[in-house]
Design a protein around this ligand. Structure first.
Ligand code: ASP
Length: 322
């Protein structure tokens, strides 16, 4: 916001914004410290769109770079392509001076190791452990396996192992000249198959910006978003007169329709959409009203800053989580 106020380009501002979290080792959902794939390797996805020039850039499954959003912007600015993936994306980053770094923090490595030990074959066996199903409580058993790790970290690792999390940032911006840009960045689904690409780097799914209309993006289970091309769908909805909130709710309904609106199947995942219209109106909608933690439902929220202090607002939703 400081950059936007001082007249910086909206894309430079949103990329700088998400870089703060990408570089934060304590955040396990994007960039450095993101939870890894099933082989313990962090693979990141990101894309950017610049409204005024109508350009886009993207990287998928990139390894060894903390800030995939910067590489996506470089793809946009310095190549004749829109999307680079895997080894090619990493080599491109090296060519631009980004050093190869190990993105797996000790915390994420522990969560991954605990996840590997939590797996079972049909007979209840796992080669990575002498048996988590022993009479001891999971955390007590883990304590025996990892005696040097404190209880809080073990509880975190266990929670991450049994509830493989998703997590992403979609950041959309509009300045007083009416210029818009957006970025989406993520480490994707924890414990994914190496090479799995979610919606976040897909232009038209995890992000879409049309300078004439507005911008939209998504977080949550990317497979569902790809199947409805959520970002593009929402921008088109706004083009045809829906408010940002209505446009996002329509996208959520399309996701639900793919499951015949069956709440039992829909209960297994969540997805959120965000939209910002060219005139500054914004909105968000999610499939479920909130997340459950320790028996409490916490509302799904999104962050807004329209020039003053940042604030959280509740997302509209299709189904109430009880
Ligand atoms: N949408 C991301 C993906 O599927 C994950 C997330 O937003 O939580 O990779």
């Amino acid at each position: 916001m400081e950059m936007i106020r001082s007249g910086a380009d909206t894309l430079d501002a949103v990329v700088a914004g998400v870089n703060i979290v990408e570089e934060d080792p304590d955040d396990d959902s994007v960039g450095y410290g993101g939870l890894p794939n099933e082989e313990g390797v962090v693979e990141l996805d990101a894309c950017v769109m610049h409204g005024p020039t109508r350009r886009a850039g993207s990287v998928a499954s990139i390894r060894g770079v903390k800030t995939p959003s910067k590489i996506a912007k470089l793809v946009m600015e310095q190549t004749d392509h829109v999307m680079l993936a895997g080894e090619g994306a990493a080599r491109f980053a090296r060519a631009y001076g980004f050093k190869e770094e190990n993105l797996l923090t000790e915390k994420s490595r522990l969560a991954w190791l605990v996840w590997k030990r939590s797996l079972r074959d049909a007979s209840g066996h796992n080669n990575w452990t002498d048996g988590l199903d022993a009479p001891l409580k999971p955390t007590a058993r883990l304590k025996r396996m990892f005696p040097d790790v404190n209880d809080e970290l073990l509880a975190y690792a266990w929670d991450r192992a049994i509830h493989p999390p998703t997590g992403t940032i979609n950041c959309l911006a509009l300045n007083t000249k009416g210029e818009m840009s957006g970025v989406t960045t993520t480490s994707g689904l924890a414990w994914k198959i190496p090479g799995r690409v979610g919606d976040s780097p897909i232009i038209g799914a995890g992000l879409y910006v049309d300078q004439d209309v507005g911008a939209a993006g998504s977080t949550g289970r990317g497979e569902e978003n790809i199947r409805i091309a959520g970002g593009h769908t929402i921008v088109e909805n706004m083009r045809h007169g829906m408010s940002p909130k209505e446009a996002c709710l329509d996208a959520v309904k399309r996701v639900a329709r793919n499951y015949d609106n069956d709440p039992a199947r829909l209960a297994k995942f969540d997805i959120s959409f965000y939209a910002l219209r060219k005139d500054g109106e914004y909105g968000s909608a999610t499939l479920w009203s909130g997340t459950t933690k320790n028996g409490q439902v916490r509302p799904r929220q999104f962050a807004v800053n329209d020039g003053g202090k940042s604030r959280l607002e509740n997302c509209a939703y299709l189904h109430e989580r009880r």
